[in-house]
Every structure is written in structure tokens, then in C-alpha cells.
Design a protein around this ligand. Structure first.
Ligand code: ZN
Length: 466
């Protein structure tokens, strides 16, 4: 295959920026050179004035997820094309086992949806919605043979995905044995369901009551309980979509004690609020119904989360990309906020939104790359194949233009939605060129990739456990 030298750019890895030329040979990175010292007999890609970063890795997406009588509106095809546009070259989506289902059959169903349809590489975590003896046995098989080393459980959604503390403990014990990571949706769903029913009985049906009936202390409580249970089992633990100061404090405490406890947050919890978005007039707030909910701007959640990203108490930024259209989907919840499908679409915008944090002085360039690419790869067993610009790594590369701008909104987005949760956001930077395993898939404002280019990524154990 052809060789390509990316010249004149500044390579940014998690270790920081350094001017280097990058030689791509076929699907992988062959070598790095001091500027101007690479081979002359190859094609070149001019990266002058641009950052050359490892492709984004979004470890929390839900393409075409069935939820609440409908399904997330991005297919694996449309969602991974949108990901590519946004500088994301690997997603890790969630295959779902529900109570009574055989884990391997559920996984096969997700492979069938994704295979041949993805524009960028993809892996799977496994959601365990029904932990029993068979499901516990299946965890070993997935780790040993299927390249799935992470299992997600829910302390929320009673009757749907919910696991009780005993089920959680048993899965954690299994993970402690086989080296897998337990991922947790930490909200006290039993208590939330009581508050939600009481609100509805008072006639409080608007979207904002989705947030008001899921108070942040109930995320903090569940976070603490999961940390205690993981300690009993001796298992590593990763919190998905952490949104609340109370939860962050518990994670920080566990990390200070040397525990294998990790957490991600998502752009919506860093930028959007209960009052300004979820509390929008009429039914408009439904656009931002997700769980956990957007948090109050009158509390300290947003600055605390940015600080957590700086200090590594938050290790990862993912999106929890789970888009629904307003028409026929979010509208299912008119008159009853508990019927609004939960989810926000952001897979296309994460690299831009977190880069804006660099521009605003909240994060370093290195930390942008680390939280959006390198640590996701390391935590979920894809490093150093993914998550770094280094010889031997897959040539998943983004040329990012710090002098460009990006206007987020319905008119320009590629996600399959009839609105944008980010309408009107302007980013002081731009995804210029995207390579997926050596192939240019986005350049000059054109998508040149194809569905089916993306391959399944078999993942190994986390390399961040201590
Ligand atoms: Zn999710």
C-alpha cells in the first residue's frame, strides 16, 4: 500500500505537543521524523499550522439502541459517518443483554447490526441487564474469546436494565477474577422512580421534572455504594457519564486511597444546565432529556467537572451519544416526562467541544488528547494500537486546525436528528482532515470514507489498573 508523509504539523500526544512529520505506510504509522527529515520519495499531506493528533475514541455510544418503544435515530452507518466528521476514528458501543436473554445471542445481534455498516473502527462493551449464573459464565467467555473486557450495569431504570446490589456484587466478583472492567450507571433508580411518580401525580409533567426528580445526591449515593461494593469484590470500577459534584467527590476519595476507580464525563455536563436547556419553555426541554440529567447552574457541578478533568479524577470524555428526533420520538413524552426517550446526540462534536476547553484555558492540549483518545484506549484495552501517534500504531490521525472555526447546529451536522442539542455553539477550531487506518475519510469538507471500512476491534485488558 501507499506511503504518505504528513509534514509541517505539530504532533500532540498525551505527553504534549512537538513538531514532527509522520510517515504512514498502509494502515499504520511507520515512523516519526524531525521536521523536514523524512523520506522524499513519498506522497505528502501538508499539515502546516495544524495539530496532528491520534483519532478520537468515543467509548460511550448507543447507535440504534432500542429504548422506550423507539430506537436511537443514528444507525451504525450514519453514526459512524458523523463520528468521522468529528474526528472520531473509533467508537465503543454497548451491546445489550436483557433479563432472560443469552448474553452471546445478544452480542451476536449487535454484531449483525454493526458489521459491514461502520465507517470507522468499532468495539463493544456488554450491558448486563439480567445477571444470573449463565450471564456470569458468559463474562469469562466474552473476555477470553470475544474481545470484550468491560461490562456495564445499571443502578437506575428498575424493571428495564436495573441490577440489585447482589447482582452487582456477583458481577464485580467475576470481574475481579477475569480482569474485566465493571462500568456503572450510578443513580439510585428505586428512589428516582418514587420521586417521578409523585411529580406526575401532582401534574408536573414538563421535561424539567425529569431533572428535578433525579437529584444529584442520588447519583452521589449510588456512586458511593458502587465503590463500596467494588471494594468488597476487589474489582476495578468505571463510572459512565458522571455529572454531579457529589459523585465526583466520591470518585476522588477512592482514587486518593489508591483504588482502581475511574470515571468519564460528557460534553453536555460540562456546558449545558438544568435551567438553561432542560428548563426551556414548553416541551423544548425534551431535547436535553438524558440520564443523569443536566445539573443546576446554581450549584458547582460544571466548574467541578472541568477541574476533575484537569486533575484526572475524571479520566475520559465520552458522549453517551444516544440521539432521538423530536418528531415521533421525544414527542412520545408530551404530557409525561417519564416517557421522553433518554438521550442527547454529540458524537460529532466531542473533539471540538473539548478543544474549546483548551482555548478557554480550562485544559491543556495534552489533556485534550489524553481524555478524548489516549486514556480511552488504555482503559479499554486498545493501546498502543489506538490512542497515540507512534510507530506501529494504527494510522488513525486527525489534522486539527486551531485557526478554523466550527459552527454547530442542525444545518451543518451529520448526525441523524431533526434538531441539535448544540445549536449556535461556535468552536474556535476545526477538524480539517481525518485518516482511519491510513485512509483519508474526511478532507476539504468532504466525506470520502465508506460504510464497511470500519473493523471490529477486539479489546484486551485495561492497562491502567494499579
Ligand atoms: Zn449510555
Amino acid at each position: 500500500m501507499s506511503r504518505l508523509l504528513i509534514t509541517g504539523g505539530t504532533v500532540v500526544n498525551a505527553t504534549g505537543p512537538i513538531p514532527m512529520d509522520v510517515l504512514v505506510d498502509g494502515e499504520t504509522i511507520a515512523a516519526l521524523y524531525a521536521p523536514g527529515t523524512g523520506p522524499a520519495d513519498v506522497g505528502t499531506l501538508d499539515a502546516t499550522g495544524k495539530y496532528v493528533i491520534p483519532g478520537g475514541i468515543d467509548v460511550h455510544t448507543h447507535m440504534q439502541l432500542p429504548f422506550g418503544g423507539t430506537a436511537a435515530s443514528d444507525t451504525f452507518e450514519s453514526g459512524t459517518i458523523a463520528a468521522a466528521w468529528g474526528g472520531v476514528t473509533t467508537i465503543v458501543d454497548f451491546a445489550v443483554q436483557r433479563t432472560g436473554e443469552v448474553v452471546q445471542e445478544s452480542l451476536a445481534a449487535w454484531h449483525a447490526k454493526a458489521e459491514g455498516n461502520c465507517a470507522v473502527d468499532y468495539g463493544f462493551h456488554m450491558i448486563l441487564g439480567g445477571v444470573d449464573d449463565d450471564a456470569l459464565k458468559a463474562m469469562d467467555q466474552l473476555v477470553d474469546s470475544e474481545g470484550i473486557t468491560s461490562f456495564k450495569m445499571f443502578m437506575a431504570y428498575p424493571g428495564v436494565f436495573y441490577s440489585d446490589d447482589g447482582q452487582i456484587l456477583r458481577a464485580m466478583q467475576k470481574a475481579s477474577d477475569n480482569g474485566a472492567m465493571i462500568m456503572m450507571h450510578a443513580e439510585n433508580g428505586i428512589a428516582i422512580d418514587v420521586l417521578a411518580a409523585q411529580a406526575l401525580s401532582r401534574g408536573q409533567t414538563d421535561p424539567i421534572f425529569h431533572g428535578l426528580t433525579r437529584p444529584s445526591v442520588l447519583e452521589g449515593e449510588a456512586t458511593n455504594r458502587a465503590i463500596v461494593l467494588a471494594g468488597v469484590a476487589g474489582a476495578p470500577l468505571y463510572f459512565v457519564h458522571l455529572s454531579a459534584s457529589e459523585a465526583l467527590a466520591k470518585v476522588a476519595e477512592a482514587r486518593d486511597a489508591g483504588r482502581n476507580v475511574f470515571a468519564e464525563t460528557c460534553p453536555q455536563y460540562l456546558y449545558l444546565t438544568l435551567e438553561d436547556q432542560l428548563g426551556a419553555p414548553g416541551f423544548e426541554g425534551a431535547k436535553w432529556v438524558a440520564s443523569p440529567p443536566l445539573r443546576s447552574k446554581h450549584e458547582n457541578h460544571l466548574p467541578d467537572l472541568w477541574k476533575g478533568l484537569r486533575t484526572d479524577d475524571l479520566a475520559v470524555v465520552s458522549t453517551d451519544h444516544c440521539p432521538f428526533c423530536m418528531k415521533d420520538q421525544k414527542e412520545l413524552g408530551i404530557g409525561n416526562f417519564t416517557k421522553i426517550p433518554n438521550g442527547i446526540g454529540t458524537v460529532e462534536h466531542r473533539m471540538n467541544l473539548i478543544y474549546q476547553g483548551v482555548v478557554d484555558g480550562k485544559l491543556s492540549l495534552a489533556r485534550w488528547v489524553e481524555t478524548c483518545s489516549t486514556t480511552p484506549a488504555r482503559l479499554f484495552g486498545m493501546y498502543p494500537r489506538k490512542g497515540v501517534i507512534a510507530p506501529g500504531s494504527d494510522a488513525d490521525i486527525v489534522l486539527y486546525d486551531p485557526n478554523g472555526t466550527s459552527d454547530l447546529g442542525l444545518a451543518s451536522q451529520h448526525m441523524n436528528m431533526d434538531y441539535s442539542a448544540w445549536e449556535g455553539f461556535r468552536i474556535d477550531g476545526h477538524v480539517d482532515t481525518v485518516l482511519s487506518r491510513g485512509s483519508v475519510v474526511v478532507s476539504d469538507g468532504t466525506f470520502s470514507g465508506r460504510a464497511g471500512h470500519g473493523r471490529y476491534v477486539r479489546r484486551g485488558p485495561s492497562d491502567l489498573l494499579r
